[in-house]
Design a protein around this ligand. Structure first.
Ligand code: ZN
Ligand code: ZN
Length: 309
């Protein structure tokens, strides 16, 4: 850019911030963002949304406060992003406060997705009564997204079963689990339980070896999601979940110390989450996984989501 004399204006900076956030590089995004002298609504929204998917709830709410102080009025998107940030970080009270504040102060009419965010906020925190109250009180019929948000409520399987029936009735189709990893500039995709990759034998052998090694370090398979989750992968042996195959491939093809970046089309299941934590410690690798909902940064046996996702 310097050589070609392209100026970093707001539009370009926002695109760069967005790119960094989507690639899991939230610190780089923040640096570009902070260096931008004049920030408009789109760039505020972009940065707040980026922090949200990375589980940086407090930073996102703080940034929203700064946005208000600088006299930039929030819109629909800001409200979604602030609520998502609170939901991902378990900040229930703060989320409620922001919702009331933004709606009242700026006269924003809450839409379906805002109610979905509120259901998600309470559901994740296990406050099912409050989540149901949001659904009961909303002025329109809840759609699949809003009902689905209830599913993140762990341990309430009766309710989950009910929501699931509702979703079945509405014919919500299940998607196949797919994970992609970038190695040397090439994106390789793995499908859950699929053997069609050219290096399938090698990848499967590595996956088995990887599971054996983390098993020796205390990993225990977690089959709960197989029984209860809505993930399409429920009938596939845990070992063959697509992100495990992608990680095994990454271990084969990247250099020691390289960060692995994986994108998954569905929510990561509990077992893959636990296994990835172990892999990050046993193989001394940073692993960044973007699933349908958010980013997980695995390092030294821990995940940035603090097991709350
Ligand atoms: Zn899994
Ligand atoms: Zn996580």
């Amino acid at each position: 850019m310097e050589r070609s004399g392209i100026r970093m204006d707001e539009r370009l900076a926002t695109a760069v911030v967005d790119m960094y956030c989507k690639c899991g590089c939230v610190e780089e995004a923040r640096r570009v963002y902070e260096a931008l002298p004049a920030k408009g609504l789109t760039s505020w929204n972009c940065m707040i949304g980026g922090l949200a998917v990375h589980g940086r709830g407090e930073d996102a709410v703080e940034l929203f406060g700064r946005m208000e102080k600088e006299g930039v009025a929030p819109d629909d998107v800001t409200l979604v992003n602030v609520l998502a940030a609170c939901a991902h970080a378990g900040m229930v009270g703060e989320g409620r406060r922001c919702f009331d504040h933004i709606v009242r102060r700026y006269g924003i009419e809450p839409k379906m997705e805002h109610y979905g965010c509120m259901v998600d906020l309470y559901g994740r925190a296990g406050q099912l009564g409050e989540a149901k109250k949001v659904i009961d009180d909303m002025p329109m019929e809840p759609d699949v997204g809003v009902l689905g948000a209830l599913l993140s409520t762990a341990g309430r399987w009766e309710d989950v079963a009910r929501v699931r029936r509702l979703m079945d009735e509405r014919n919500v189709s299940k998607e196949a689990g797919r994970s992609a990893i970038e190695v040397d500039g090439e994106v390789c995709e793995f499908q859950c339980g699929s053997l069609c990759h050219p290096q399938a034998e090698e990848v499967y052998a590595m996956a088995r070896d990887m599971m054996r090694r983390i098993g020796a370090e205390g990993y225990v398979p977690d089959t709960r999601d197989m029984l209860h989750d809505i993930a399409e992968e429920e009938e596939t042996p845990l070992l063959y979940h697509s992100e495990k195959l992608a990680i095994a491939f990454g271990l084969l093809r990247t250099r020691p110390g390289d960060t692995m970046r994986i994108t998954k089309n569905l929510r990561v299941c509990r077992d893959c989450h636990e296994a990835t934590k172990f892999v990050s410690r046993v193989f001394e690798r940073e692993i960044v996984v973007r699933d349908r909902n958010r980013f997980h940064h695995f390092k030294d046996g821990k995940c940035s989501c603090k097991d709350y996702w």
